[in-house]
Write a protein that binds this ligand. Structure first.
Ligand SMILES: CC(=O)[C@@H](O)[C@H](O)COP(=O)(O)O
Ligand SMILES: NCC(=O)COP(=O)(O)O
Length: 242
């Protein structure tokens, strides 16, 4: 019996559009509330070091407005740790960040950065925040997550999303194997990045995966079908695959 599959809607790129002109429109909080109405089980927001989309005040307003879990994506820095401890979101997903990157290009090297991550994970866990590590689907990274005491990992599906044919099938197998390994070790596997109506099915079908976090495609698709429509269709595709 597969675990129920939750949908976390990432609203970062509502803020990207807002920030293109300054001001307050479109409002990421309004988008988050609409996403919940359309079937999102949680909201994800990435507070980047350069604040290119989500800003500090968005996190405060999301915390005040939401009655579903907020998953705060954050770099493993002292500044972000303090912000997370101040707001105490339901979950904090530690992601790698490079200032110049266009988007999050790969998974966190939890194995290589074990010493730096350990005190951050410890403080988040102590505060009752559900820690997730945004990693590649790789046994060494899962082993590091186990040693760090992270209850959740999120597999970066960007490579899967951008490949095709046999290469995509190989990447999907890697994610499925990693999800099974994580679950066997008591870690809840999630997945996300670059997921669309066309590629979500095979990832949603992996029985151990408990949550998908999807943003950029849904916000873009909202231009054509409305935000509610795009989220409802994604939910439908996820349910069909399960
Ligand atoms: C961590 C992740 O995969 C997404 O949240 C992504 O980082 C969204 O923000 P960007 O599009 O700025 O990378
Ligand atoms: N962690 C992945 C996420 O939140 C959304 O990624 P994307 O759908 O915006 O690529």
């Amino acid at each position: 019996m597969p675990t129920p599959l939750r949908l976390g809607v990432n609203i970062d790129h509502v803020a990207t559009i807002r920030n293109a002109r300054g001001g307050a429109h479109p409002d990421p909080v309004k988008a988050a509330l609409l996403a919940v109405k359309a079937g999102a089980d949680g909201i994800t927001a990435h507070l980047r070091e350069d604040r290119r989309h989500i800003r500090d005040e968005d996190i405060a307003m999301l915390m005040a407005a939401l009655d579903v879990p907020l998953n705060l994506e954050m770099a493993a820095t002292q500044e972000m740790l303090e912000i997370a401890l101040r707001h105490k979101p339901h979950a904090a997903c530690i992601v790698p960040e490079k200032r110049e990157e266009r988007t999050t290009e790969g998974g966190l090297d939890a194995a290589g950065q074990y010493e730096a991550l350990a005190p951050i994970v410890e403080k988040l866990v102590e505060a009752g925040i559900r820690v997730s590590l945004f990693i590649e689907a790789d046994a060494a990274q899962i082993d590091a997550a186990i040693r760090l005491g992270a209850p959740v990992v999120e597999f970066h599906t960007g490579a899967y999303a951008h490949l095709d044919g046999a290469a995509r099938a190989g990447e999907l197998r890697r994610i499925a194997d990693a999800a099974a390994l994580a679950a066997k070790n008591g870690i809840e596997p999630h997945a996300g990045h670059g997921l669309t109506f066309d590629n979500v099915g095979p990832v949603a079908a992996i029985p151990q995966i408990a949550e998908l976090n999807i943003g950029h495609f849904l916000i873009g698709e909202a231009i054509f079908g409305g935000l509610e429509g795009s989220i409802r269709e994604m939910r439908r595709q996820m349910d069909l695959a399960r």
